[in-house]
Design a protein around this ligand. Structure first.
Ligand SMILES: Cc1ncc(COP(=O)(O)O)c(C=O)c1O
Length: 383
């Protein structure tokens, strides 16, 4: 069959399985309300957890930096793209997270491609939680190390995998806060298991960084840990920080290895100065103001109480990611469309992003949501 026809047939199949994905064009910043198809709707599917993505002081930092340093860095980090702002941000991240050193990546996806491929070789072992984010799974596909996966959050199963092998080096990767479920990995147990088995632990805290922990450092801080010794932290700057980019923080020996050998760091243009300045400003705000995370936590609790009063079935997530598991794709999609008609943006997440039979409405909360917004959502969900 000609290639074109084959693709068209695949498209028809995808549509009849309710798996066809469409691009929704938003015509506004990612605030609590967004403009979709000429209509303002309440936004319950953004990773802008702390409502910083359209915040005046971040915009001012990005604008000033752009005026001073231009729109592009026009070179990779190791050529001439690494400027004072990148150096400052790396230092700020290292200090804030309690790490010896940090390295910037253009996206969290690229950071996840970089770490296993750079730190592991053919004779090594990579083990992962089954529900890890797609970018971690793809990092595993790129690496030459042997890949094994363990049942979600099952640190005893992870330990068995670590004990069963004679590999030279072992790396365990887990989401800190799971992106589609909102639950938090048992990091203290995973760290202990890794330590006892001479393995390195990498925590991808894309959804915990800025949100949880006493100072907002994330799920490691909430577990009483730091990115030192056998622990590495990967964070994104595009979610709670309202900016763009990512970092890996840890002991200098690992970060230096990434600078020397990580292809997704070396062979790409350094982040634009505007987003780097916005990221630094966001981290300064995390350090000096706690009201955003407190208000967010309060919104999470308010949503959970209201949903439970209306007998909506929730998972036991305590983070801004509050999924409602629907099951089949058709129903999840229909509910999402109905919610949009009623003025709520809540996207249906379907396989392969989540396991088959576990399609869901992934509700995310942010600091700027009001109790009235949440009441309206719960009311619409109940109906
Ligand atoms: C757990 C996790 N890791 C990594 C990423 C990728 O980050 P980025 O959007 O910066 O590529 C995401 C993004 O959505 C994520 O949820």
């Amino acid at each position: 069959m000609p290639w074109r026809n084959e693709l068209q047939q695949q498209h028809s199949q995808r549509k009849s399985d309710s798996l066809w994905r469409t691009l929704t064009t938003v015509d506004s910043p990612p605030d609590r309300t967004i403009r979709v198809d000429g209509k303002n709707v309440l936004n319950f599917c953004s990773n802008n957890y702390l409502s910083l993505a359209n915040y005046p002081s971040l915009i001012a930092a990005a604008t000033d930096a752009t005026q001073k340093y231009g729109t592009s860095t026009s070179a990779s980090h190791l050529i001439a793209g690494h400027n004072t702002l990148h150096a400052n941000l790396q230092q700020t991240i290292a200090e804030f997270t309690g790490a010896e050193k940090a390295i910037l990546f253009s996206t969290g996806y690229m950071a996840n491609l970089a770490v296993p491929d750079t730190l592991l070789g053919r004779n090594d072992l990579l083990i992962q939680d089954r529900l890890n984010h797609a970018s971690i799974i793809d990092g595993g596909k790129l690496a030459t190390a042997k890949l094994r996966r363990y049942a979600h959050n099952d640190f005893a199963a992870a330990e068995k995998l670590l004990k069963a092998t004679e590999h030279d080096r072992k790396l365990l990767i887990t989401d800190g806060v799971f992106s589609m479920d909102g639950d938090v990995a048992p990091l203290a147990e995973l760290k202990a298991v890794c330590q006892q088995n001479n393995a390195l632990l990498l925590v991808d805290d894309a959804h915990g960084f800025g949100v949880i922990g006493e100072r907002g450092v994330g799920s490691l801080e909430a577990a009483g840990l730091k990115p030192t010794g056998n622990v590495l932290l990967l964070g994104t700057l595009s979610k709670a920080c309202g900016s763009f980019g990512a970092f890996v923080a840890g002991d200098a020996v690992y970060i230096d290895t990434l600078i020397q050998h990580a292809r997704p760091f070396i062979y790409t243009t350094a982040l634009p100065s505007g987003v780097v300045a916005a990221s630094t400003k966001a981290i300064k705000l995390l350090q000096t103001e706690s009201w955003r995370r407190e208000k967010l936590q309060e919104n999470i609790q308010y949503f959970r109480d209201a949903a439970q009063q209306h007998s909506l079935s929730l998972t036991d997530s305590t983070t801004p990611i509050q999924p409602i598991i629907i099951g089949d794709n058709v129903t999840a999609l229909k509910l999402s469309q109905k919610l949009l008609e009623r003025g709520f943006m809540v996207v249906a997440i379907r396989p392969p992003t989540v396991p088959a039979g576990e399609a869901r409405l992934r509700i995310t909360l942010m600091t700027d949501h009001t109790h009235a917004d949440i009441d309206r959502l719960v009311d619409a969900l109940t109906k």
